[in-house]
Design a protein around this ligand. Structure first.
Ligand code: PHE
Ligand code: ZN
Length: 879
């Protein structure tokens, strides 16, 4: 907490550490009123550091220092300076042992960084800079050490004591206390340290690795959650096998543990051998988790597990390199999810997130490169750009190199850098060295912020049979970056004939057996490609599979989009054509009269999707989702959220009115008595059912109301039950809505994860989530300001999903958000800083909105003792 301006940290100023830690010996004495941490470090001067090393500097945050000893001798206060955030020890020898004892108060730690308590258990979160809240330490990822950790606590209250690595000793102590000692043989940065102490149930399983080693798998959860572990445990085993098969990566310790905690700022954390998960990202049962939750859990379990190699064995040199581990690991988990389910659907979901939220970030005040050049608070840089755009960058390398060379590159990377803390540049170099390709221009993807814009023009020369495609690229200015250079962009392309047949892509002098799809490599501001031997004007299928994270402008006609929607062999582009058409139709209604005509061909296109059971139903389910309000806002320059909401609603109502019978027939087709399965087909069935219900209830269809009530009451899984609830909540059937909400709460009030769903369905709905109702949710007994999931499910859902209500033209939504951000800033700055994001996009909105958003931001800016986290975001967005 501070009032003056926080410091900016620059990549350019990176220096190797002056001192290295070889070994860390920790002893934790855990009590109800605090914890004493004994920390003995074996330290030596870094031979790679130049110049006079000066005093030893250790980082600290909110610590009470009790004593400092050097080589076993207590140091007098004159030998060290305790500045709070730094402990400086003067006149240290070249090699020595330093023992620091600190006292901390986990029970009062509401920031959830360092050691804290969650539902009675002790747990830790150290990434990025939480270890310094536990003890004084050179808290930077390029200091890697071997850790031994002894945990002592009351045995009855905390029978389970965990840390990284393998248990090597345990025993009884006086006063009913006990201890367990853990040793992690792999040197690691402090951000991967973890400790857990609690009264937890253990679920056990085993995994035999490719080399025949037996690994002990364990999940630790509160007793009430034992029945919610199976899915994550299976997902873990699938991940372990997949990483062996696809990347040749074997697990390295003898034991792998997962712990579920209720209070957690993020999704999960890859601590070495001891992954800690937000309960909502690991616990699931058929009755309590939706299909989307199951898939998210599978992806996150895989993500954290994959970090064992991409992140832990090879880690980041500094936090500017965060995408080294996150971008690569998201790419790996996306490949895994694609292999486990429908690759097209996975790609659609990832592209949707990127185009809706990452493009917005990249065009906003916090825009930063995948490898940022500066930051004030690193917690603010766990962003969609670092994660999702970072993953797209790795995917493009994969596209450019192909499967085999990419694998050669990743093998080389892991082998060359095992046990090291490295940079994104080292990653790219390994890819270059293994493939022989030059990626120097490609590196701009790491350095330049902003989403490249491709403008495509075409022209067909009938007499010559030549089709010309001109592609121009421009990278927009972003804060602190202008005049950018063209980037290296893989652009996947197909051409279709009038019957929908794929045409050969014959460049100039090539033989007639040219491929039917090509990946063009764009490297200049402008390229012109000529395709020969074409007897008709083709319809281009551009950027297939979303082969690069860019915006594409091309003057598509509605005919072309309708044609691509039903003919493109690339599933992703079929979906994309449908989205573009829907966007065009919705946008054309903005500002139009209330009775303006709506494109009738959109109805026919959707009818074709609904009526043809031979189509890939997983794709159909996705194609029936209209573009979100958030995406429509992202696409506009001076957004009017109320107008966007109205237009989108009108199109939805028009479609539903005209497709009533088809929707009903589609609904009935999906209902059979089948066992609950998580296959793409079954997921698609459930999605289609709830979409049909939602559309019909949107127009007040009475028969659909009965179906929704029945689906709600009879569902044997949460996807169907929540689907029905959501359809009811978003309808005008007031009484049915109220009854369903009450029944749902009563049924699940003991289950925090389901209560979070209940909160977010309401806060995210324009019918049930107007501001006064949201205020009531905050006053609900199940709401808890200290629990990030609850805050996200009410305040986050309101500002992030319920855009019509949040952007109420009277400004009340903005004022509300500002107030909650200020309230959270003192207790949990990380959460406050994430929550404020919707206000920071103020420049995107029409003047009556943007002025009020700005005012709300200024109110946050003027809060006394603003945290560094919120300071950075608010000041950058007001700049
Ligand atoms: N490193 C975690 C992941 O991506 C995310 C995380 C960051 C969790 C910071 C907690 C704190 O898997
Ligand atoms: Zn990660």
């Amino acid at each position: 907490m501070r009032t003056n301006q926080p410091q900016t940290i620059y990549l350019e100023e990176y220096r190797v550490p002056q001192y290295l830690v070889e070994h860390v010996d920790l002893r934790f004495e855990l009590f109800e009123d605090g914890a004493r941490v004994h920390n003995t470090l074996t330290i030596q001067r870094n031979p790679a550091a130049d110049g006079n090393p000066g005093p030893l500097e250790l980082d600290g945050d909110s610590l009470r220092l009790e004593s400092v000893a050097l080589d076993g001798e207590q140091l007098p206060a004159s030998r060290y300076e305790d500045e709070g955030s730094k402990l400086r020890v003067k006149d240290v020898p070249a090699r020595f042992e330093l023992t620091v004892v600190t006292w901390i108060e986990p029970q009062n730690n509401t920031r959830l960084e360092g050691l804290y308590k969650s539902s009675g258990m002790f747990c830790t979160q150290c990434e990025a800079e939480g270890f310094r809240c536990i003890t004084y330490y050179p808290d930077r990822p390029d200091v890697m050490a071997r850790f031994r950790t002894r945990v002592e606590a009351d045995k009855a209250a905390y029978p389970v004591l965990l840390s990284n690595g393998n248990p090597v000793a345990q025993g009884e102590l006086d006063d009913g206390r006990h201890f367990v000692t853990w040793e992690d043989p792999f040197p690691k940065p402090s951000y991967l340290f973890a400790l857990v102490a609690g009264d937890l149930v253990e679920k056990k399983d085993r995994f035999t690795t490719c080399s025949g080693r037996e690994i002990d798998l364990r999940m630790y959860v509160e007793p009430r959650n034992v029945h919610k572990c199976d899915f994550a445990m299976d997902a873990l085993k699938r991940s372990m096998r997949w990483d062996e098969d696809v990347y040749g990566r074997e697990y390295d310790l003898d034991i792998f543990m997962i712990v579920a905690v209720d209070d957690f700022n993020m999704g999960a954390m890859e601590n070495k051998g001891l992954n800690i998960f937000n309960s909502s990202c690991v616990l699931a049962s058929q009755d309590t988790a939706t299909d989307a939750t199951f898939q998210r859990i599978e992806a996150i379990v895989a993500h954290e597990y994959f970090h064992n190699w991409s992140g832990n064995r090879v880690t980041c040199r500094d936090w500017f390199q965060l995408s080294l581990k996150e971008g690569f690991t998201v790419f790996r988990d996306a490949q895994f999810s694609a292999d486990m389910g429908s690759p097209t659907v996975k790609r659609i979901e990832d592209a949707t997130l990127l185009r809706t939220a990452q493009f917005a970030e990249d065009a906003g005040p916090m825009a930063h490169p995948v490898r940022p050049a500066s930051y004030m608070e690193i917690s603010n840089f766990y962003t969609l750009t670092i994660y999702e755009k970072g993953a797209e960058v790795v995917r493009m390398i994969h596209n450019l190199l192909g499967e085999t060379l990419f694998r050669k590159g990743s093998d080389l990377y892991f082998e060359r850098h095992d046990g090291q803390a490295v940079t994104t540049d080292d990653f790219v170099r390994a890819m270059e060295d293994a493939s022989g390709r030059d990626l120097s221009q490609f590196r701009l993807w790491y350095q330049q912020a902003g989403t490249p814009v491709l403008t495509v023009q075409d022209d067909y020369d009938q007499a010559e049979g030549i089709y010309r495609l001109t592609i121009r690229q421009a990278v927009p200015d972003t804060p602190g970056q202008t005049d950018k250079q063209p980037q290296h962009i893989p652009f996947a392309l197909g051409l279709l004939g009038s019957e929908g047949q794929p045409l050969p892509l014959r460049l100039q002098s090539e033989s007639p057996e040219a491929p039917q799809e090509r990946v063009l490599e764009l490297t200049r501001a402008e390229h012109c490609f000529e395709f020969h031997g074409l007897t008709e004007r083709p319809v281009p299928s551009l950027l297939r599979g979303f082969s690069a994270p860019v915006r594409v402008h091309y003057p598509w006609t509605r005919e072309q989009l309708l044609f691509l929607m039903s003919h493109d062999p690339d599933g992703f582009n079929r979906w994309d054509a449908g989205q573009r058409l829907a966007v065009d139709v919705i946008q054309s209604l903005l500002g139009a009269a209330d009775d303006a005509e709506i494109e009738p061909r959109l109805v026919e296109a959707y009818r074709a999707l609904l009526q043809d059971p031979s189509l890939d139903q997983a794709l159909v389910a996705k194609m029936l989702q209209l573009p979100s309000e958030a995406y429509l806002i992202e696409l506009s320059d001076s957004a009017d959220p109320a107008a966007i909401h109205r237009s989108r609603d009108r199109v939805l109502a028009y479609l539903a009115e005209n497709l009533r019978d088809d929707l009903m027939a589609c609904y009935r087709r999906q209902t059979g008595t089948v066992d609950y399965e998580l296959t793409p087909e079954a997921i698609a069935q459930r999605s289609l059912k709830s979409t049909a219900l939602g559309w019909l209830l949107h127009i007040g269809d009475e028969p659909a109301l009965e179906l929704a009530k029945a689906q709600y009451a009879e569902a044997d899984n949460m996807t169907d039950r929540l689907g029905a609830l959501r359809a009811l909540v978003n309808s005008d059937f007031q009484q049915a809505r109220t009854e369903a909400l009450a029944s749902f709460y009563q049924r699940y009030s003991e289950d925090p994860q389901v209560v979070e769903l209940w909160f977010s369905v309401q806060a995210g709905s324009d019918r049930a989530g107007q501001l006064p109702q949201v205020q009531q949710l905050l006053a609900h007994p199940a709401f808890d300001w200290k629990n990030p999931n609850k805050v996200r499910s009410v305040v986050g859902a309101f500002a992030g999903q319920n855009l019509a209500a949040f952007h109420n033209p009277d400004g009340s939504g903005y004022e509300f958000l500002a107030e909650q951000v200020c309230r959270l800033d003192d207790s949990n700055p990380q959460i406050a800083s994430r929550l404020v994001a919707p206000l920071t996009r103020w420049k995107k909105f029409a003047p009556n909105y943007s002025t009020q958003m700005r005012t709300a931001l200024e109110r946050v800016r003027d809060k006394p003792a603003l945290s560094r986290d919120v300071y950075e975001v608010v000041h950058k967005s007001l700049a």
